[in-house]
Design a protein around this ligand. Structure first.
Ligand code: NAD
Ligand code: MG
Length: 388
């Protein structure tokens, strides 16, 4: 019998997905691949599938089905397409699932993995932002394990004493500040998608790169941290740390502050989740503290980055507010990347959608999806007016 851990990667062609594939390929003695899932990049997906030989390869985009089928002809790898097939892939009996689809599109498949009690490496923060309470209840109910892959949450997870939750005063999320950390609103008004995705420290997918530039990423991470660690909004601080070496901190009642450090390289938090509860090797640059020399810290600026204020308000409001914030942000980021709106319009679209979409409680995942669609339609109308 094989003692190797069966792994499924949801979003295998993305930035997190490719790093996960790299780590898995390095340890064929530890891992075998059950399923690989992507949106539409057949070239990368087929190449990964030929190398890793999963049971199943899935593209969400149905128009890409025949290309994938052709690319994997004769390999014996099953091929499927469409949103339902993505969920089916998550339901295959893999021991460990990497949830690295970007956006609310990751909600249904991540939930499917949770509902069969899997160990889930969670990169997809949007699913906790839009359905955190429901998702955590499902994790509890089905005995699933969520291992945060977001670097800040992985850091907190590594130094958070879950047995002494009441002895924790605060968690402190670090933020790089992104490419516009020192820039004025006037400057940001005219930036291009190319400038926004050029992150100073991290190499990531386009959506999260824009989120880092607007600091919506930190806002989403605030909400993510609230759900993962059961901490109220006023016990989650954000500090800007441009070197991105301290990945986050936990502050205890005796004045101790514990942190996790490392090079800004996602292979470390991915390896932590992949190996958990043991540690596995990751080929990342080692920290050279003397070469780095100085760590600096700044308070975040909510005037230049209104995203932080909006995320805190959405978390305090509860109910559907965070789902609306997330959906509006996804729409606005896509419009910005498509050069339909300006960079500063992103936060405006989000704020106006939060004001305009009626607030409600979320009793089920269907409620989340309904509210997500309402917010997308509302945001789309604002964007259309902006463009005209
Ligand atoms: P990416 O854009 O590089 O990759 C996204 C992946 O999702 C791709 O494989 C794409 O094919 C797949 N995908 C998109 N829509 C899909 C759909 N409808 N159905 C199935 N698959 C779909 O994004 P990324 O940077 O790898 O980020 C992925 C997630 O991880 C995001 O939620 C992001 O916030 C989070 N995250 C990323 C990083 C990072 O360093 N990249 C760090 C922390 C958290
Ligand atoms: Mg992060």
């Amino acid at each position: 019998m094989s003692a190797r851990r069966g792994v499924t990667i949801l979003g295998s062609t993305g930035s997190i997905g490719c790093n996960t594939v790299e780590l898995i390929e390095a340890r064929p003695d530890l891992y075998r691949v059950e399923a690989l899932v992507a949106n539409s990049r057949v070239d990368i997906l087929a190449d990964q599938a030929r190398r890793l030989k999963p049971r199943l390869a899935v593209v969400a985009d149905e128009t890409a089905y025949s290309a994938l089928k052709e690319a994997l002809a004769g390999t014996g790898i099953e091929v499927a397409a469409g949103a339902a097939a993505v969920v089916d892939a998550a339901e295959l009996p893999a021991d460990w699932v990497m949830a690295s689809i970007v956006g609310a599109a990751g909600l249904a498949p991540t939930l499917a993995a949770v509902r069969r009690g899997a160990v889930v490496g969670l990169a997809n923060k949007e699913c906790l932002v839009c359905a955190g309470q429901l998702m955590m209840a499902e994790v509890e109910k089905h005995g699933a394990t969520l291992l945060p892959v977001d670097s800040e949450h992985s850091a907190i997870f590594q130094v958070f004493d879950f047995d002494q939750h009441d002895r924790i005063e605060k968690i402190i999320l670090t933020a790089s500040g992104g490419p516009f950390r020192t820039k004025s609103r006037e400057f940001m008004a005219d930036v291009t998608p190319e400038q926004a995705v050029a992150h100073p420290n991290w190499s990531m997918g386009a959506k999260i790169s824009v989120d880092s530039a607007s600091m919506f990423n930190k806002g989403l991470e605030l909400i993510e941290a609230h759900h993962l660690f059961d901490m109220p909004e006023d016990k989650i601080d954000i500090v800007v740390h441009p070197q991105s070496v301290i990945h986050s901190l936990v502050s205890y009642v005796d004045g101790s502050v514990l942190a996790q450090l490392g090079s800004p390289d996602m292979r470390t938090p991915i390896a932590y989740a992949l190996g958990w509860p043991k540690r596995i090797d990751a080929p990342v640059p080692r920290l050279d503290l003397a070469a780095i020399g100085t760590f600096t810290f700044e308070a975040p600026d909510e005037i230049r980055f209104p995203s932080l204020r909006l995320a805190r308000a959405a978390l305090r409001a509860g109910g559907s507010a965070a789902a609306v914030l997330n959906a509006a942000n996804e729409m606005a980021v896509a419009a910005f990347l498509g050069r339909r709106i300006g960079f500063l319009d992103i936060a405006q679209v989000v704020e106006r959608t939060l004001e305009g979409v009626e607030h409600c409680e979320l009793g089920s995942i269907d409620d989340v999806l309904v509210q997500d669609q309402r917010a997308r339609a509302f945001a789309a109308a604002i964007i259309d007016r902006q463009v005209r």
